[in-house]
Design a protein around this ligand. Structure first.
Ligand code: SF4
Ligand code: SF4
Length: 308
C-alpha cells in the first residue's frame, strides 16, 4: 500500500512509541544559521577545551544536506533513561546515563527499525544518528516541537525532563511537521547555574568545558586541574549536578526499561570501586558507556576523589 504524507507520518509516530521511544516529533530540514554563529563564537572562546572534534565538521553540524543530500525531514525521538535504581556507593558517583549499557547500541537498533518503515528505492534515502554524527540534536528536538534547551544546556521535555537520549532520522521523504517549541520554561530560575560547583555554566546555555566535571572525568586526556579536582563532589565519571537540581526533573517518575538492564557496577560498594582491577573492569564494564574513559582514567578519577 502506498501511504500518503499524513499516513506515513502517523505510522512513523505510532511505531516510534511501539518500539519503546518515549516521544517523537518531526521538523522540516533547514540550515541552522543562528546555531552556526553561536557555535563559531563558542569555539573561538576556547570553551570546547581539548575536544578538537568539535572544531571539525562544523558545516555538517548545521546543514543536514551535508550529511544527506536532499534531506527534507528530520524525525526526532526521545528515550527516557532516568534510572529506577540508585547507586550503592555513597562515595563514588557516576552520571545516570552510565547506569545502563551504552545507549548507542539500544537506540541505533530501534532507529534502524523505525527507518525501515520509510519506503526506499535506494540506500541513501535516509540516515539515522544518536550522538554518532555531528548533529545538533537538542536544536532538532526543539524544532520538532518536543521541548526547549534549558539554561544548563540540556534539552528538556515538559513531561520527561532532561534525562533523555535523543536520536534522529534524516530522510528525503516529506512528512507532516510539528510546530517548533518556542516557550522557555526556565523563566527566572537559575538553579543550575548556581549549583554547578565549578562555575562551568558561565551564562545561561553557555558551558565552558574547561571547567566542567563531565569533561574532565570523561573526555580530557590531561590531569584534572586542582581547582576542579577539589570540587568533583564524588563524581568519577560524568556529572549530573546541573540536571539533578532542575525542577523539571523533580517530579519525573523513572520507568523500568527492559532493553536497558542495570550495569553490575551500579551495585558496587565504596570498597568495590577502590579495589577495581583490570580483570573486573573487563568483565563488568562490557558495553558500558564508561569504556569511553577507559580503565586507567577511571582509576585516576577514583584516586582524585580519594585524595581530595
Ligand atoms: S555537568 Fe557538572 S560541572 Fe558540568 S556544568 Fe553541569 S554541574 Fe557543572
Ligand atoms: S535548573 Fe532552572 S534554569 Fe536550569 S535548566 Fe532547570 S529550569 Fe532551567
Amino acid at each position: 500500500m502506498v501511504m500518503n504524507k499524513q499516513q506515513l507520518t502517523e505510522t512513523i509516530k505510532q511505531q516510534a512509541l511501539t518500539l519503546g521511544f518515549d516521544a517523537v516529533g518531526i521538523a522540516p530540514s533547514q540550515l541552522l544559521e543562528q546555531d552556526k554563529e553561536y557555535l563559531i563564537k563558542w569555539l573561538n572562546k576556547g570553551y570546547a577545551a581539548s575536544m578538537k572534534y568539535m572544531h571539525t565538521h562544523l558545516e555538517k553540524r548545521v546543514n543536514p544536506a551535508s550529511l544527506l543530500e536532499n534531506t527534507r525531514s528530520v524525525i526526532v525521538v526521545l528515550y527516557h533513561y532516568l534510572p529506577t535504581t540508585q547507586q550503592a556507593s555513597q562515595q563514588y558517583k557516576i552520571a545516570k546515563y552510565a547506569y545502563t549499557p551504552d545507549y548507542h547500541y539500544v537506540i541505533k537498533s530501534k532507529l534502524q527499525q523505525l527507518a525501515s518503515l520509510l519506503p526506499t528505492e535506494n540506500a541513501d534515502i535516509q540516515r539515522w544518528f544518536t550522538d554518532s554524527a555531528p548533529v545538533l540534536e537538542r536544536r532538532w528536538a526543539q524544532l520538532a516541537g518536543l521541548g526547549w534547551i534549558g539554561k544548563n544546556g540540556c534539552f528538556i521535555h515538559p513531561q520527561l525532563g532532561s534525562y533523555v537520549f535523543i536520536g534522529e532520522i534524516f530522510t528525503e521523504h516529506e512528512l507532516v511537521y510539528d510546530t517548533p517549541y518556542t516557550h522557555d520554561h526556565c523563566g527566572t530560575c537559575t538553579r543550575c547555574l548556581q549549583a554547578c560547583p565549578t562555575q562551568a555554566l558561565i551564562a545561561p546555555r553557555e558551558l565552558d568545558a574547561n571547567k566542567c566535571i563531565s569533561y574532565h572525568t570523561i573526555e580530557s586526556k590531561n590531569e584534572i586541574p586542582s581547582s576542579i579536582a577539589q570540587q568533583l563532589k564524588g563524581y568519577i565519571f560524568g556529572c549530573d549536578i546541573c540536571q539533578d537540581i532542575c525542577p523539571w526533573n523533580a517530579k519525573i517518575v523513572a520507568k523500568e526499561k527492559k532493553d536497558s538492564p542495570t550495569m553490575p557496577y551500579v551495585y558496587y560498594s565504596d570498597q568495590d570501586w577502590l579495589t577495581l582491577d583490570k580483570k573486573k573492569f573487563k568483565q563488568d564494564f562490557r558495553h558500558s558507556p564508561m569504556q569511553r574513559a577507559g580503565y586507567v582514567k577511571l582509576i585516576k578519577n577514583i584516586r582524585t576523589v580519594v585524595e581530595k
